[in-house]
Design a protein around this ligand. Structure first.
Ligand SMILES: NC(=O)C1=CN([C@@H]2O[C@H](COP(=O)(O)OP(=O)(O)OC[C@H]3O[C@@H](n4cnc5c(N)ncnc54)[C@H](O)[C@@H]3O)[C@@H](O)[C@H]2O)C=CC1
Length: 301
């Protein structure tokens, strides 16, 4: 029998990390190890090489990040340390250990002014600190090693952690109606589907040295929605199962000001990932149903 490959992922409790732990548990061919603070602290680069050497990865997954988008506006140094310097050091260590690195990035590298879904080759223009820090992370990873795949995702939800889906269900416990932004559109993406895709792309990088499998790929759920449409679908599914629901009133983003500006169009064109890696994430609606079901059944905290 062939021995299993060890994927070492950064972070302990994040949505993507938790999803990777769950999905890898079903796989004989992959062993997943999560490394987080204090053993590996992206904000303290000196911890990265010793932690990674000890973990002996066959492949590194860079999933941890400073993800508080609004807070980042006032904490630029912290956001850049964790989202740019940390991943740059991780990629240096990946090169040193001669292993591939998969780095998770974001739709926030774009300003959202394009009217069609974004391709990997479209010009970047982040609107805020978080997006700029993630873009710098992409650049540092790419500069440190050719053996990388940068996977840009967006609108992540899951049974774990903080996300829009869980926030909507929580608010509906106490409110009959909610105002939700209708003029920002994107591709809702289940972290469980991200985990499957990461394991598939990682397996490809380990089995092939083809240059076309390296570089930037867009990786979101299939299908698009506005936040208001996403909320309405969450409540439709929840109500059908006897869970909380609320009436959604669509509002413009200008009626819901936030410290960080969001792109109006967050849609990512994922053709490259399908063509090169044979990976296509499912439609967001059935994936949303799976997560709503799990939360209503109380399987997750
Ligand atoms: N949540 C979203 O909607 C989106 C997320 N992304 C990206 O996807 C990736 C995964 O995001 P989520 O799982 O949703 O994030 P999350 O916020 O659920 O989890 C972030 C993880 O990073 C860890 N972390 C934070 N600072 C750290 C440090 N200094 N050292 C070590 N670990 C640290 C946290 O402990 C946590 O485990 C990130 O790279 C994020 O930028 C991209 C687009 C959208």
């Amino acid at each position: 029998m062939s021995s299993s490959k060890r994927f070492v992922v950064t972070g302990l409790a994040g949505q993507v990390v938790q999803s990777l732990i769950e999905r890898a548990a079903d796989r004989q061919d992959i062993e997943l190890i999560a490394l987080g603070r204090p053993t590996l602290d992206l904000g303290d680069p000196a911890t990265i090489e010793p932690a990674m050497r000890a973990a002996k990865p066959d492949l590194i997954v860079s999933a941890a990040a400073y993800t508080a988008v609004d807070q980042a506006e006032g904490e630029e140094a912290a956001a850049f340390a964790v989202n740019a310097e940390g991943p740059g050091e991780l990629a240096r260590v990946a090169k040193l250990l001669n292993v591939p690195i998969l780095h998770i990035s974001t739709d926030y590298v774009f300003d959202g002014s394009k009217t069609a879904p974004y391709a990997e080759t479209d010009p970047v223009a982040p609107l805020g600190v978080y997006g700029r820090s993630k873009l710098e992370g992409e650049r540092k990873v790419a500069a440190a090693t050719d053996n990388h795949a940068i996977l840009r995702t967006a609108w992540v939800y899951s049974p774990f952690g903080k996300n829009f889906l869980r926030t909507m269900l929580r608010l509906a416990e106490t409110r009959d109606g909610l105002n939700v932004v209708a003029d920002q559109i994107g591709n809702p993406t289940s972290a469980l589907d991200i985990a499957d895709a990461v394991l598939a792309v990682g397996t490809n990088l380990l089995s092939s040295s083809a240059a076309e499998m390296r570089g930037i790929f867009h990786m979101t759920g299939t299908g698009e929605a506005s936040w208001a449409e996403f909320a309405a679908e969450i409540f439709r599914l929840s109500e059908a199962k006897g869970g909380p629901s609320a009436t959604v009133t669509p509002i413009p983003a200008s009626d819901y000001p936030t410290p960080a500006e969001r792109p109006a169009n967050s849609r990512l064109d994922c053709t490259q990932l399908a063509t090169v890696h044979g990976v296509r994430l499912p439609d967001w609606r059935p994936s949303t149903e799976l997560v709503v079901d799990r939360l209503l059944n109380g399987e997750d905290s």
